[in-house]
Design a protein around this ligand. Sequence first.
Ligand SMILES: Cc1c2[nH]c(c1CCC(=O)O)Cc1[nH]c(c(CCC(=O)O)c1C)Cc1[nH]c(c(CCC(=O)O)c1C)Cc1[nH]c(c(C)c1CCC(=O)O)C2
Length: 343
Amino acid sequence: MTEKTILRALKGEVLPTPPIWMMRQAGRYLPEYRATRAQAGDFLKLCYNPELAAEVTLQPIRRYGFDAAILFADILLLPQALGPELWFETGEGPRMQTTTTMAEVQALKPSHAIHDTLAPVYETVRRLSRDLPRETTLIGFAGAPWTVATYMIAGRGSKDQGAAHALKNTDRAAFAALIDRITEATVLYLSEQVKAGAEVVKLFDSWAGSLKGEDFTEFAVKPAARIIAELKTLHPGLPVIAFPREAGQGYIGFAQATGADCVAIDNSVSPEWAAAHVQVSGCVQGNLSPEHMVTGGDDLVRETRRVVEAFRKGPHIFNLGHGITPDADPENVALMIETVRRG
Ligand SMILES: Cc1c2[nH]c(c1CCC(=O)O)Cc1[nH]c(c(CCC(=O)O)c1C)Cc1[nH]c(c(CCC(=O)O)c1C)Cc1[nH]c(c(C)c1CCC(=O)O)C2
């Protein structure tokens, strides 16, 4: 069998048609997802139910034939496994018991204890590696330490990550200890996903854009570099995708600085800019605006072609610049895929 297209792109191969998958491809825009989520009871029960989590992971593969499946789980399961309570407020988003002092950081469970809570996630990965079509790549993931820390510190999502910035500036030792703990646990978590069958892992640093200057180096680049180095020691040749969302100029050289094989690009930068400044040094993933999955039509076709064209000369994995939203039309996803594959 020839190697899977996503693995070829991650090795730097330029393919005539870019492989394609979509962030949040298993999600509320799909009626079959909503049905399985209702069957599970709620979102967290779905994440911890290997049979149903594998089912929702497979749904977009059956419907669209994406080149990759991403494990269905959430970046907040890892901090939950370290002890803090996690729940989701309907219509609002995640809530988490806060961790804001050195004493609270030290009271977190030891990193190796995460496997007790996360065992069902590994079981989902095992099922997927058995049940996915042979041409489909299985992607595991975790949140990057900074992004995970923003939720642990604030106890919820926020627009400016103010609470995490405040702790970073007022109690550097506690903040750095928290980042270290998450970093260490993330290596164990991702390594276990790889042992269960994940072929690629992706680090989601959704709030990397709010780290500036030395903070970006210290808390976006360095933790990612450590996670990637340790993972590659444990699993030689493991491909890693890093997503320092809205990093802007920080995208330049990010792959080299962290050891990532591919940098995922959000849609706040143009594909032409990303091709000239980021793809010059390796594989990129992205970066169609998720809005087109809502609005569709000629704009979707034109902008999809534009992304494909901009990245045509280098290694590229087609994706959105961020997750597809619940109000997206499933027909628009089909149109995007057809446009990527047929031109
Ligand atoms: C910040 C973050 C979270 N989770 C994630 C991030 C980083 C990526 C990003 O920036 O989007 C990552 C994530 N969340 C989910 C996945 C699964 C894989 C995928 O389909 O991409 C992944 C990779 C499922 C999910 N995670 C969540 C859903 C929706 C849950 C539902 O069914 O109601 C899904 C499918 C819930 C979630 N989880 C999180 C939030 C803020 C929310 C609420 C927002 C919302 O409701 O859309 C935390």
